[in-house]
Design a protein around this ligand. Structure first.
Ligand code: ADP
Ligand code: MG
Length: 370
């Protein structure tokens, strides 16, 4: 109260979730050596929990006392953010919970959210990330519902089937490599070269690559800043909304008349937003964090040479222009696997390889951004 009288804002009250297992297993050490003191010096009252098992962060988010915290800080990779969002989705006041901003501090092997929020220069700098947690502004971003059978999973970054899913999920044993495990995994998959037959249907928003590139270019010039500038959340906007439930699914019952279907032997389907999915690959260069659309990249069956050529310029997003890559912006999409076995990764976590449908919820999630 004394601070408020001086016109000084108090520091955010944080729930800090530290994953000691993420990345190369250095999360707890980095937190104690570099981050804890900064939070203390800034005067941020923080509750610190070290996660002890998979699903722990989700349990904490599901029962979080919303009035007690201003933000959730994750000291880990993208997996913990996925858990927090899914915990919030199961919270009795899910909409209000999803209004609590998340600030990632990158100590995992996949740290795409940090990269997209902080930029390629600072994306792996844990101190820049800590300052963002203290000083960043809330930003609304699209989230995705992945529906499989009766189950609804929230995704903030990506869904992958085929080759990319195998790279994401099949390299756990290479954790010691840090994020180089994804590059090694990719080379391994290129050697194996196994196409994945699927049926991809979508409710189309745009499929003209030139138009998509021109639009994103114009938007960025207007914003004059980083690729991931979303709209900032006004508190009035948050208060007007219903507080207790997730948005209903719009496309589940709808007829497929106005949907487009692609029957193909693809090497992968990769859908989501970014632009970065890791330091070495800008998979969704024209994605926008708050446009209510999902970007879908599907690589048709092609040669090993085509795949290798995808790696050329991957950091700059040139895979977007590859003639064998279909790139679509959609409101929703559905995938039916046309074979029994395969991999399905959501935000890098494993789900059953079965039919699923995805739709977008515009601006449902909240992250802190510089
Ligand atoms: P990375 O980018 O290295 O994969 P993540 O943040 O994605 O890092 O975390 C990897 C996985 O670790 C997640 O699935 C998470 O649920 C799990 N996890 C969290 N705490 C623990 C723990 N104490 N032991 C083992 N796994 C854990
Ligand atoms: Mg989007």
């Amino acid at each position: 109260a004394a601070y408020e009288n001086l016109g000084v804002k108090r520091c955010r009250r944080f729930m800090v979730l530290v994953n000691p297992f993420g990345g190369q297993g250095k999360g707890a050490t980095i937190f104690n050596k570099k981050i804890r003191l900064v939070l203390e010096t800034a005067g941020c009252p923080s509750e610190i929990i070290y996660t002890t098992h998979q699903g722990h962060a989700q349990e904490i988010a599901r029962t979080l006392t919303l009035d007690d915290y201003d933000a959730v800080v994750t000291v880990s990779g993208d997996g913990l953010i996925h858990e927090v969002l899914n915990g919030f989705a199961e919270h009795p006041e899910s909409k209000r919970a999803l209004g609590i901003p998340i600030a990632p501090i990158p100590t995992g092997s996949g740290n795409a959210l940090s990269l997209n929020l902080l930029g390629i220069e600072d994306g792996f700098d844990v101190l820049v990330a800590t300052l963002n947690a203290i000083k960043g502004k809330p930003m609304k971003v699209d989230l995705f519902s992945v529906i499989q059978g009766g189950k609804r999973t929230i995704s903030f970054m990506s869904q992958a089937v085929g080759l990319i899913a195998e790279v994401d999920l099949g390299t756990e044993h290479l954790r010691w490599m840090g994020d180089a495990r994804f590059t090694c995994g990719l080379l391994w998959e290129i050697m194996k070269f196994k196409p994945c037959p699927v049926q991809l249907s979508f409710k189309l928003a745009e499929n003209d690559k030139d138009k998509m590139a021109a639009t994103v270019h114009a938007n960025r010039n207007r914003a004059g800043s980083s690729a991931s500038s979303g709209s900032s959340a006004s508190s009035a906007e948050l208060e007007d909304e219903e507080h207790d439930s997730l948005p209903p699914l719009k496309y589940l019952e709808s007829s497929s008349d106005d949907w487009t279907t692609l029957d193909d032997e693809v090497l992968y389907v990769y859908a989501g937003q970014g632009p970065y999915v890791n330091r070495d690959w800008m998979a969704f260069p024209v994605s926008s964090p708050n446009d209510g659309l999902i970007d879908i990249a599907a690589m048709s069956r092609s040669s090993r040479g085509d795949l290798i050529s995808l790696m050329d310029g991957a950091t700059k997003g040139t895979s977007f222009w590859h003639p064998k890559v279909h790139y679509i912006k959609a409101h929703a999409y559905r995938i039916k696997p046309l074979k029994k076995k395969g991999f399905f990764a959501v935000d890098g976590e494993s789900l059953p390889f079965e039919e699923f449908q995805v739709e977008v919820h515009k601006g449902l999630g909240t992250f802190l951004s510089p």
